[in-house]
Design a protein around this ligand. Structure first.
Ligand SMILES: N[C@@H](CCC(=O)N[C@@H](CS)C(=O)NCC(=O)O)C(=O)O
Length: 199
């Protein structure tokens, strides 16, 4: 298996899960410029016509995309790591949380990477502050969103990292949650492998 990634992008979430699950996967860094090229010299549009990371190339050559699907696929490859509940009510809570992170946080904050004008920027930040407050409510008094660490926390971690990068106010509780995830050995390893700060 091979994960196509851009350092610090949403592809960091499946990267973390590969390390949490102890899966054997190669990494191939994609450079976004006029063209989108992989480190291995391929045109990334030939791998994912959407041109977006993450993309996961399976051993049979098939390519899977969509961060929340990759997270579930990877968790399913290592069921004993308990990274995604697959039965009972917890499963629906996981899917609800993943969809919230994908559509409200990931797609809510990522437009800031496109350097919008000041007015648009303010609207994005106001919306993000509101959505982060909802994330905090979902976390409640638990250590992790579903109780124990899961794929949802890896995904939330990436969006909190973006919030910090763009100086979006993050509450003390969410900051503590972020730091607790960042301290996990698998997360430290993934950050190092992407050349990102680990503290
Ligand atoms: N629907 C995709 C979107 C992924 C996405 O937004 N990836 C960003 C990086 S975080 C990207 O590659 N953006 C470049 C682009 O879309 O042109 C998913 O959920 O995985």
């Amino acid at each position: 298996m091979k994960l196509y990634y851009v350092p610090g992008a949403c592809s960091l979430a499946p990267h973390i899960i590969i390390r949490e699950a102890g899966l054997d996967a190669a990494l191939d860094r994609v450079t976004f410029g006029k063209e989108r090229l992989t480190e291995s010299g391929r045109n990334f549009y030939d791998i994912n016509p959407q041109g977006a990371v993450p993309a996961l190339e399976l051993d049979n050559g098939e390519v899977l995309t969509e961060a929340q699907v990759l997270l579930q696929y990877l968790a399913a490859q290592a069921p004993s790591a308990n990274l995604a509940p697959v039965t009972g009510h917890e499963r629906w809570r996981l899917l609800e949380t993943l969809n919230f992170i994908a559509t409200e946080l990931h797609k809510g904050i990522s437009p800031l990477f496109r350097k919008p004008n000041e007015e648009a920027q303010r609207a994005i930040v106001d919306n993000a502050v509101n959505r982060l407050a909802l994330l905090e409510r979902k976390l409640g008094d638990k250590d992790y969103l579903l109780g124990g660490f899961s794929i949802a926390d890896a995904y939330a971690f990436v969006t909190l990292n973006w919030a910090r990068m763009f100086s979006i106010p993050v509450s003390p509780k969410l900051t503590a949650y972020f730091e607790c995830i960042r301290a996990r050995p698998a997360v430290q390893q993934a950050l190092k492998e992407e050349g990102l700060p680990t503290s």
